[in-house]
Design a protein around this ligand. Structure first.
Ligand code: NAD
Ligand code: TDX
Length: 356
């Protein structure tokens, strides 16, 4: 289906999912319009995640260094680039950081979403909001559907819940063409190694201890990022105004099982350690405060209404992900040493934010 828009604003495009999504748009969808990537380049934003994109697609891709919570920046971007659709991914995204320092989460996730909604409603621009299954809170049994009441437990989840409510309010009150997707735990290339899977891959490779929170029995629903990107595109193009779509991988595993699989894959790829299998590196550490026990999503609605279902199996996608981290030592080294920040300083700091 041909999209009804030509100038798509993607926020947070230098992050993990944003970068995968921009690559997906350019390589897999046949989208011939322009992509404007508005990103503040926080610690999680790495322009190297989009290496080659500006050079390969000079007429289709533009980067703007700026803050979604800054009204003047957002207004200027909408006007300068004649934005006619938004896919909003920019966020503070890590639960542990939200426990240590919640304020930035409110600014970016709540105020930032509000600024974008204001700009979109004034111009009648279609708006897609990327959210999380964490808004539903921990489940005892069964699957969360789009009707499950919100019960966020962490400051991160609460900030995402607040932003979801704002999006719904803008649809109900102003008639904004808005959609929301709530997805489960993503994994794949370019994920910052603070999240479970890349953290464990890189620590296992180096033979470092593997910190598993609590007893490792907490369950997550794993979604390969390419399956998420396909779903986002379908919702952007064919989603119905005011609707919410869950996007999950359908494979729920406890954390210890995930870490053990990673250990086995790294043992196989890198050879065993002299001290024995990497599984011996697992250390049970004090639990995350308010740690949600279990997430699991019903993905029936998006399958029935938009024909979207995951294609990857967890096992095969995890093997590909381990291979990606092993095959990209330069990316890993620059992230781990902090050198990717030097590149950002040289290229963007001192330049006016909001200037492309
Ligand atoms: P990420 O942390 O890897 O990337 C976030 C990006 O947003 C970075 O490029 C960062 O520089 C940018 N950013 C942060 N604050 C900004 C601001 N004020 N203005 C402009 N840009 C800003 O995050 P991710 O894992 O790619 O997640 C993307 C979205 O998907 C988020 O909205 C997140 O809540 C949601 N989500 C993620 C997952 C997951 O498993 N990673 C699961 C469900 C939902
Ligand atoms: O060192 C660790 N040890 C550990 O046991 C880390 C970093 C995590 N964990 C556990 C906590 C969780 O139960 O692993 C599970 C996954 O943790 P994270 O990777 O931090 O993800 P989670 O907290 O589940 O949130 C993720 O999925 C939903 C994303 O970070 C969110 O942005 C998304 O909304």
């Amino acid at each position: 289906m041909t999209p009804s828009f030509e100038n798509l604003l993607v926020t947070g495009g230098c992050g993990f999912i944003g970068a995968n999504f921009i690559r997906h748009l350019l390589h897999e969808t046949g989208f011939s319009g322009r992509i404007v990537n508005l990103d503040l380049l926080t610690y999680a934003g790495n322009p190297e995640n989009l290496a080659g994109v500006a050079e390969d697609f000079p007429d289709q891709y533009v980067f703007v260094h700026g803050d979604v919570a800054d009204e003047a920046t957002v207004e200027a971007v909408f006007d300068a680039h004649r934005v006619d659709a938004v896919c909003h991914l920019a966020a503070e995204s890590h639960v542990d950081r939200s426990i240590l320092s919640p304020e930035e989460f409110l600014r970016t996730n709540v105020t930032g979403t509000f600024r974008l909604l204001e700009a979109a409603r004034r111009r009648g621009v279609r708006f897609h909001h990327v959210s999380t299954d964490e808004v539903y809170g921990s489940l005892v049994t069964g699957l969360a559907t789009e009707q499950t009441p919100y019960r966020p437990a962490s400051p991160y989840a609460a900030s995402k819940a607040a932003s979801d409510h704002l999006v719904r309010a803008y649809h109900a009150t102003y008639g904004l063409f808005a959609t929301i997707s709530n997805c489960s735990n993503n994994f794949g290339p370019y994920q910052f190694p603070e999240k479970l899977i890349p953290l464990m891959i890189l620590r296992a490779l180096l033979g470092q201890e593997l910190p598993v929170y609590g007893d490792g029995k907490n369950v997550r629903d794993w979604l390969h990022v390419t399956d998420h990107c396909r779903a986002l595109w379908e919702v952007l193009v064919r989603g119905q105004a005011g609707e919410t779509y869950n996007v999950g991988g359908g494979e729920q595993l406890d954390n210890l099982a995930v870490v053990r699989q990673i250990c086995a894959l790294v043992d196989e790829a890198a050879g065993p350690l002299a001290s024995g299998p990497r599984e011996n590196l697992v250390r049970f550490v004090p639990d995350r405060p308010g740690h949600d026990f279990r997430y699991a999503l019903s993905v029936e609605k998006i399958r029935a209404e938009l024909g979207v279902a995951p294609r990857e199996t967890f096992e095969a996608a995890l093997a590909k992900t381990v291979a990606w981290y092993l095959e990209n030592p330069a990316w890993v080294a620059r992230v781990e040493s902090g050198e990717y920040r030097e590149w950002i300083k040289a290229n963007y700091e001192g330049r006016e934010k909001g200037a492309s």
